[in-house]
Design a protein around this ligand. Structure first.
Ligand SMILES: [Zn+2]
Length: 99
């Protein structure tokens, strides 16, 4: 027989949602993955895939924000940033514009 508990006792336990979120954060998994449907155009077979949300704000998704922060730091350390602003040259005017 299940022991009797009060409503306050039951509410003091973490919910399944809280437990799943804590496990996902502990393993660095995305908290709000985006579900996409991938269709093989040759066979017509569809697959459901989950991709990370890619959020850059920790308030939205802490694991994705940390992952993006580490990636940006590595890119800056490797010199992926530009030293000057790229300004494209304007094309020469065509006949109509020249008139
Ligand atoms: Zn995420």
């Amino acid at each position: 027989m299940t022991p009797r508990t009060t409503r306050a006792d039951r509410l003091a336990h973490p919910t399944t949602r809280d437990a799943v979120q804590a496990v996902a954060e502990a393993h660095g998994a995305c908290l709000h993955p985006v579900q996409l449907r991938r269709i093989n155009t040759d066979t017509g077979q569809t697959d459901q895939i989950l991709i990370p949300c890619g959020a850059t704000l920790a308030s939205k998704c802490l694991p994705c924000a940390e992952r993006v922060k580490v990636l940006r730091a590595a890119q800056c350390a490797e010199g992926w940033h530009l030293d000057t602003e790229p300004i494209p040259e304007s094309p020469a005017p065509d006949e109509v514009q020249a008139m």
